[in-house]
Design a protein around this ligand. Sequence first.
Ligand SMILES: Nc1nc2c(c(=O)[nH]1)N[C@H]1C(S)=C(S)[C@@H](COP(=O)(O)OP(=O)(O)OC[C@H]3O[C@@H](n4cnc5c(=O)[nH]c(N)nc54)[C@H](O)[C@@H]3O)O[C@H]1N2
Ligand SMILES: Nc1nc2c(c(=O)[nH]1)N[C@H]1C(S)=C(S)[C@@H](COP(=O)(O)OP(=O)(O)OC[C@H]3O[C@@H](n4cnc5c(=O)[nH]c(N)nc54)[C@H](O)[C@@H]3O)O[C@H]1N2
Ligand code: SF4
Ligand SMILES: [Mo]
Length: 720
Amino acid sequence: MHDLVQYFREKQLENSTETTLKTRCPYCSMQCSMELIEERVITRNRFKAKPNKLDPTSEGRLCIKGLFAHQHAINDERIQYPLMKLDGEFVRVPWELSIEMIANHMKSLQKEYGNDSIAVYGGGSLTNEEAYLLGKFARVALKTKYIDYNGRFCMSAAASAANACFGLDRGMTNPLSEIEGAKCIILAGTNLAECQPTMLPYFKRAKKNGGKLIVIDPRETLTAKQADIHVKITPGTDGLFAVGLLKVIVEDRLVDHNFIVEKTNGFSEIYNMLEQISYHTIAQVTGVAIETIYDVARMFAKAETGMIFTARGVEQHANGHENVRHFLNILLATGKVGKYACGYGAITGQGNGQGGREHGQKADQLPGYRSIETEEDREYIASIWGVTADELPRKGVSAYELFEKIDRGEIKALFIMGSNPLVSNPNSVFVEQALKKLDLLVVVDMFVSETARHSHFLLPCTSYLEDEGTMTNLEGRVVHRQAERKSPGETKHDWKILCDLAEALGVQQGFSYDNSEEIFNELRVASKGGKADYYGISYEAIKAEGVFWPCPEAGQETVRLFEKGFYTKDGRANFFAAEQLPTVEPILANFPLLLTTGRLMEHYLSGVQTRRSKQLAQRCLEAYVEIHPRTADHFHIMDGELVRVSSLNGSAIFKAKVTEQIREDILFAPFHWGDLQGVNRIFPALLDPYCSMPQFKKVAVKIDPILNREQNRDYQSITR
Ligand SMILES: Nc1nc2c(c(=O)[nH]1)N[C@H]1C(S)=C(S)[C@@H](COP(=O)(O)OP(=O)(O)OC[C@H]3O[C@@H](n4cnc5c(=O)[nH]c(N)nc54)[C@H](O)[C@@H]3O)O[C@H]1N2
Ligand SMILES: Nc1nc2c(c(=O)[nH]1)N[C@H]1C(S)=C(S)[C@@H](COP(=O)(O)OP(=O)(O)OC[C@H]3O[C@@H](n4cnc5c(=O)[nH]c(N)nc54)[C@H](O)[C@@H]3O)O[C@H]1N2
Ligand code: SF4
Ligand SMILES: [Mo]
C-alpha cells in the first residue's frame, strides 16, 4: 500500500514539471520575445507567456496575440502526419511515400510541359533560412522561374518606392528608439495600435516630448485616437494629399535647399506637377479641408525633426507605389532623412515580412536583395549554388498572376509554403476556380486552411515553438528565434521538407543541412556584397539583441540608414513627379459606397492560426462590416443584421456593425475569414503597374440586408 502511495506521488511530481521555452511571437513584425512557461499538471498543460524585459524592440511588452499565440500551436486541429487526397478524402501517408509521389508527379509534369509548369508560393512567416531555401529550391531543384510570395500583397509598393527613391528598401530607415525624438510624425494608412500594438508606446513617448502626431485614416481607429490631427481621407487619395502637402511646403519656401542640391535628383520637375493641380481639386478629391492640408504641411516642415510612416492603407492600391513616392518627396524636400529622428518607415507586417523579401522568394529577386535579371548577380549566386548562371531561370510573375497562368493551363502544379492564397488574394472566387484546375497542389501548413482543402498533398510543418531560425523585424534588425519544444507527431521543419523533396527530385547537392544555422551561414555568403548584406551577422552575435543589416563584417551593423548618402548609383535620392494626378472618380449609381479592408487586433491575416486560438477567436467569432449610422439608416440596415456587400466583381456576407467611427460613404470589413465571409470575393484584381500590388483598400460596393426582418431576428438569436 505504502509503495503504491509513493508510486503515485512520484508519478504526480513527474507529471507536474515546468519548462521554460524562450521564443518569439509568430505574428507581426515586432517579433516580441518572451518566455513561455509550460506547466504540466497531471494530464493538463498550462501555459503562461512572460514578456522579455530585455528585448530592445518590444521593451518588455506583449500584446494579446503574443500572450495567446501558443494556443494555435498546441491546438488539436494541427495536422501531424502527411495527408494525401484519395477519393476526395484526406488519408494518412508515410513521409517517404508522399515525398516520392510528389517528386514523381512533378518530374513527369516537367517532362511533358517544361520546367516552368510548376510554381512555388511562399510567405512572410517563414524564417530567413526557409525563405532563402525556398528561392533556391525553386531555381535549383525545380528550375522554374515561377516563384512569388504573399509579401507581394504586403510590402511590394513600399519596397519598390523606397528602392526607386533611396536605392534601398529596409522598412524603417531609423531604429524605433529614435521615434521619441521626432517632433512631428505622419502615420499614413497604419493602424499600428492594433497591428503592432507594442510599438504604440514609442509614439506616445514622442507626444510626451512635445511631438505632434498626424494620422491619416478614413476610420477612427485606436491609432487615430492618439492623433493631434486626424485626417479622414477618401480611400486611395493619399498620394494626392501628399502632393498638397508638398505644394504648401514649396510655396511657403519651407524646403531644405542645401539637402535638395547636395543629395537629390529631379526636384525641378516637381514644380510642373504642383502647378497642374489646385488646392480646391485636392480638397475635393481627398475629402480633406484645405486648412487641414496647410496645417499638416506647415507642422511637418517647420518641425526640427520628423518622420513619415506608411502602411497598407496607403500602399494597397493600384497606385500604391506612387502614393508612397509622394510621401517620400516630402521627406526629401524637407531634408528629413539620414539624421536622428528623421526618416521613413514602411511598417512591415508579417513576422518575417522584412527578411522574407530580401532573400529570394520574390519573382525577380536573388538572395541579398540581388536582381535575377542582373548578370553579375546571377553569376555570383550561381557560384554559391554550384550551378552556372545560364542554368538559373529568369524572373517570373507576381503572386496573383500565377493564378492567371494556372487558369490558362500554363502552370500545372503549385507548391505552397506558408500562405493561404485562397483567402488573401483578390478575386478569390477566380483563385478557387484556378486551384481546382491544378494537376498537383502541394500545401505545407500546420492546418487544413481554406487553400489546403484543395490540396492533393498536405505536408505538416513545425510551428514557431519548434522551428529555430532567424527573422528580420520591422527595424531591419535580424533576430534569433529559439525553438526547443518537441515537434508533435511527424511534423517536419519547412527547410527539412524542402531538402527531402529536392533529394527526391534528384538534386542532393546543396540541399543537405543538419540545422538552420548551416543554412544561415550559406545565406550570409550568398548575401555578401548585396544590398541586404548579412555576411557579418552570426547566430552567436544575434542571440542576445539582434543586429541591423546591412552588416558586411562582424560589428559593422547599420542602425540608421543614409547618413552618408543613398544606395542609388549616384548616391543621390530621387524625387518623383507624377505624369498624371488622380481626379474625382464618378460615383457609380448602383455601387454608391466604398469598401475598404484591414485588420482587427485579435486576428491575424487569413485567420487560420488565430481562429484556432480560443482566447483570441472568442473575442470576435464572425466577420462584420462597419457602417455609419446614417448610412445604415439610409439602406435600412440594423446593427447586427446580416448583410450582403457586393461589387461588380462579387459579394460576401457579413454582420453589420453600426458605428460612428467610420465615414458615411465608406464601409470597412476585416479580411480574417474565408468562404462566404471572405472579403476578397468582392475585390477585383487591380494590380499596381510598378509592383503588382493589388488594390485591397478600395472598391465601389452596395449593401443590402439579405434576410427579411423576421428571419434576421431568428438568426440573431441563434448567433448571440
Ligand atoms: N492584429 C493584427 N496585426 C497585424 C496583422 C493582422 O492580420 N492582425 N497583420 C500584419 C500584417 S501582414 C500587416 S501587412 C500589417 C498591416 O498593418 P496596417 O497597414 O496598419 O493594417 P490595415 O488594417 O490593413 O490598414 C491600416 C489602416 O488603413 C486604413 N485605410 C484603408 N484605406 C485607406 C486609404 O486609402 N488611405 C489611408 N490613409 N488609410 C486607409 C484602414 O482603415 C486601416 O485602419 O499588420 C500586421 N499586424
Ligand atoms: N482584402 C485584403 N486582402 C489582403 C490584405 C488586406 O489588407 N485586405 N492584406 C494582404 C497582406 S498584407 C498579407 S501579408 C496577406 C497574407 O495572406 P496569407 O499569406 O494568406 O496569410 P496567412 O494567414 O499568414 O497564411 C499563412 C498560412 O501559412 C501557415 N503558416 C504559418 N506559419 C507557417 C510556417 O512557418 N510554415 C508554413 N509552412 N506555414 C505556416 C498558416 O497556418 C496559414 O495557413 O494577405 C493579403 N490580403
Ligand atoms: S502580435 Fe506583434 S506586437 Fe503582438 S506580441 Fe506578437 S509580435 Fe508583439
Ligand atoms: Mo502583410
